[in-house]
Design a protein around this ligand. Sequence first.
Ligand code: NAI
Length: 269
Amino acid sequence: MYNLLKGKRGIITGALDENSIAWRVALKAKEEGATFTLTNAPIALRMGKIKQLADECNTIVIPADATLVEDIEKLYQQSMEHLGGKIDFLLHSIGMSPNVRKDRPYNDLNYDWFLKTLDISALSFHKLMQVGEKADALNEKASIVALSYIAAQRTFPDYGDMAQAKAMLESIARSYGYKLGKSKKIRVNTISQSPTPTTAGTGISGFDVFLEYAEKMSPLGNATADDCANYVITLFSDLTEKVTMQNLYHDGGFSAMGISEEIVAQFGK
Ligand code: NAI
């Protein structure tokens, strides 16, 4: 390995099981010499396997519902205590839509659930930054990354209200990226990742078709969770200090394609 994160302290949200993108990021961050805390919603701690990951990474798990400011305040406090200083990197890897989970069609949404989708999947990103800034918990030149999906720009019918959540998430990265860039040279980016077989991913109906279609459209094939983790590590490292306020496609080329030979062949049958 390259020791890209040697001496850096971080917080990693959203590791639920070994398929989670955040789980893969945690393992790579450890390999690259970082120390960090893990966090997830209290309910996920009961259902997931995060304790196993914490043992492997020699760290602690701090329960925090990412929609609750007081939970996030405790998350920073306890993380700084445990790690012995301020935070150099933060991964937002949180997404959930009750409408998608309960298969509500886009023209029959439950609006209370829509607000929950936005709160959990997008506003939580703002909350993590605002609380961190107010608590003076973020180091100069820290790096903050959230995970997005191309449904923010293009229509994927089964993605439902998560499309709006991702559009908001990417917009928050730009608006808060300006603030934190000016005040502390902190960079804020989103990575727009290929469809990935995780709990959140496979919760979307027709996910297998998404996955296969994207695979056939992308010249490099779909990016896996491990590929994504590698990209996240480069953004946490000192090698990307001038990259900020971007939505960075990490999708094997999918976002630049019109049609591929494989898809033409399939329809030509
Ligand atoms: P995952 O299901 O493993 O992770 C989602 C995490 O969000 C879970 O750990 C869950 O407990 C957490 N979460 C939900 N509500 C929460 C709350 N109130 N407070 C704190 N945490 C909460 O799935 P995955 O795929 O690793 O998702 C991570 C991120 O990657 C999400 O933002 C997702 O939208 C994004 N993404 C996923 C893609 C995929 O195809 N799997 C593609 C592009 C982006």
